[in-house]
Design a protein around this ligand. Sequence first.
Ligand code: 0O2
Length: 241
Amino acid sequence: MANCFPFRGKKRKKLDSTIKFNEDIDSWKTVIFLYNSALKEVNTKLEILNDEFQHVHQYNPIEYFKSRIKTPESIVKKLKRYGYESSIDNMVNYVNDIAGIRIVCSFTSDIYRIAEMIGKQNDLTVVSVKDYIKNPKENGYKSYHMLVTVPIFLTDQVVDTKVEIQIRTIAMDFWASLEHKIYYKFEGNAPEYISRELKDCADIVSMLDARMLRLNEAIIQAKKENRDAEARRRSMQQAGS
Ligand code: 0O2
């Protein structure tokens, strides 16, 4: 799909080759500039998609979304964990979530709706998907991750830049945010009973999500029945007058 995109004669490059080219100047700044630009592009797309959805269906699938650039410390930690030296080349090639966007929505069904809308954007390339909702992690973590690339149009070239999009419900986000803090407090070595408690909480969160989804479906159905009953009442009134 990437090759179909029109780049008006500009050379299309991957981020690592751009960095080599700029190594003498200020490669760190160049990289961060590209990731920031990629976040701006995807943020705008999400705003437009959400507004359009509201306009067409009178419903916002996205509660809110936020973006961030990974801190240098966190990048170095991840490279170390993967067994790579800390270099700009390695960070661009092996750390996929330097530019990250987290989308929080109300219901699990919204997650797949949003993922589908993102997948249909012609100028985004979906590189990979990790569905931790269908396949939760052992600790109970649930979320839908999409790794996409977005073309950044510079004056003389187009650079495909990676953005990791995480999509989850409010309840999943609540659990993940607390688990993240606890994980960092124990640097990954939380006592067994704490991990067990966290997993129990993840199960409660999943149950809550399922109940809220069923409740929402029941509300939609009840509203539809009310509308239908009102329409029948009106047409009987008209027939009688
Ligand atoms: P931070 O501080 O949030 O940035 P990959 O190289 O992409 O195959 P990676 O990066 O582990 O391997 O991929 P994955 O599984 O997509 O995880 C990326 C991010 O998802 C993490 O980034 C977290 O934000 C989130 N995440 C993944 N697993 C968990 C989990 O068990 N608990 C919580 N709370 N979040 C999780 P970082 O760099 O770990 O952290």
